[in-house]
Design a binder for this molecule. Structure first.
Ligand code: 5AD
Length: 442
């Protein structure tokens, strides 16, 4: 039999994007954008907020008719919704064949062939499956950037968060495996890797801590840039800050979710730090790396959040001067303590706070972006711009998107670019003539 066709839908965070690549890699099927043509349809789901759950359900519903028309097609659901509801998904979606978890992706080929052979629907969501991290990383021809997972699961217990429940305990990947995968990607043309983990900076293995890992990955030749996400504030150490400062490939951008600027709310969230502590760690980081860009996540409308708590968050935004903020209305999640809190904030109030916060952050971001005009930045060119083949697009070390006139020959190169305009979501620039050879971000 020839190659099978796979249709894959991915929702949620970087981890899910990475997991979907893993699905592509283990199944070795041909990807198609047309579900009608697919032998296997996989939906990789997210459960972080209620809306994400609903997306997964409506997506599952959409494939019902197709499955009726093509009974031999395998319909599978993976990711965090699969992990959360397991068996119940088979009950609610009679046309579903397979439910697999966040740690059972390596078993997919076997699971699919058993469904086909035994004509029986299956659920495989155990956390105990020995993780087979060794797999050929999926890489799209010409892609300059890639994710490399260094950690699965989470050991923090934030009262609102479903992640520990659906991704299990923190497991840290071995240095050798991380290096192997990164090396393979670099051989395929990747020039920037983002090390990913739920609390990536808490990674440790044997005597190695995350700062050591940055140094080790920094030894890889031809790898121009290293990013990492998402960091947990309390796991920032002096040694880690020194590694970030000292490894030249490490980009000057941190995603450091603060969640709230109110100590009362932070405590109820179980974040284990105060507003003052967070501000202090940012100061220490900026003392070591003055141009460090910092982005964050904020939850508004957490149970019990008063107007004055919210104002504390707004003041924090101003005080820290984040380069960008991802903000969300609190959403109660199954199996989390905060779902039981009685003093919920009305949806109307949460919505108003969200709008206010986003408008305020937008002003800050635009100002920051405009302040880059006239600066010379190093931009890793990722490829042609979507709208115009005579333009290319890339990112600065600070993770700002830059569009500039240029040809495809620049792909994978670090270009020196003068910034000419700053917008809300991107910058515009022009290539500086007489490019000197740059080997890495300085
Ligand atoms: N409700 C709203 N936002 C949430 N996040 C995590 N859990 C919830 C929840 N229950 C947000 C946090 C986290 C980001 C990935 O999603 O801000 O950092």
């Amino acid at each position: 039999m020839g190659k099978k066709y796979l249709y894959l839908e991915t929702y949620g965070c970087q981890m899910n994007v990475y997991d979907s690549d893993k699905v592509r890699s283990v199944l070795d099927a041909e990807l198609t954008n047309d579900p009608g043509k697919a032998d296997i349809v996989i939906i990789n789901t997210c459960a972080i907020r209620e809306k994400a759950d609903q997306k997964a359900f409506s997506s599952l519903g959409r494939f019902k008719h197709l499955k009726v028309r093509k009974p031999n097609m395998i319909l599978g659901v993976g990711g965090c919704v699969a992990q959360l509801y397991g068996e119940r998904l088979l009950e609610n979606f009679p046309h579903l064949d397979l439910v697999f978890g966040t740690r059972t992706i390596p078993l997919l080929p076997e699971l699919i062939s058993r469904v086909e052979r035994e004509k029986r629907r299956r659920v495989e969501i155990s956390f105990d499956v020995e993780e087979v991290f060794e797999f050929e990383p999926y890489h799209e021809e010409g892609r300059v950037t890639a994710f490399v997972s260094v950690q699965q699961g989470c050991n923090k217990r934030c009262s609102y968060c479903i992640v520990p429940h659906v991704r299990g305990e923190e497991t840290n990947r071995a240095v050798g495996d991380i290096l192997n995968e990164t090396n393979k990607l670099v051989k395929k043309g990747v020039r920037e890797v983002t090390l990913i983990g739920q609390t990536v900076n808490s990674w440790k293995r044997g005597e190695y801590k995350f700062g050591d890992l940055l140094k080790i990955v920094g030894e890889i030749e031809e790898l121009l840039r290293i990013r990492f996400t998402t960091s947990y504030p309390r796991d920032f150490t002096k040694k880690l800050i020194e590694s970030i400062r000292d490894v030249p490939q490490v980009c000057h951008h941190l995603h450091l979710p603060v969640q709230s600027g109110s100590n009362r709310v932070l405590e109820r969230m179980g974040r284990t730090y105060t507003r003052e502590w967070y501000i202090d760690i940012i100061k220490r980081i900026r003392d070591a790396v003055p141009d460090m860009a910092v982005t964050t996540d904020i939850i508004v409308g957490f149970p019990g959040e008063t107007e004055s708590d919210f104002e504390d968050t707004m003041r924090l935004l101003e005080e820290v001067g984040f380069d960008g903020t991802f903000s969300f209305k609190f959403s109660p999640r199954p199996e989390t303590p905060a779902a039981e809190y009685y003093d919920s904030v009305s949806d109307k109030t949460a919505g108003r706070r969200l709008t206010e916060l986003q408008e305020f952050q937008r002003e800050i971001t635009v100002k920051k972006n405009q302040s880059r005009v006239g600066e010379i930045e190093e931009v890793l060119i990722e490829g042609e711009s979507k709208n115009d083949p005579n333009w290319v697009t890339g990112r600065t070390s600070h993770n700002r998107i830059v569009n500039l006139p240029g040809g495809a020959d620049l792909r994978g190169k670090l270009a020196r670019v003068e910034i000419t305009e700053g917008f809300q979501n991107s910058l515009r620039g022009r290539l500086i003539e007489n490019q000197k050879e740059v080997s890495h971000v300085s």
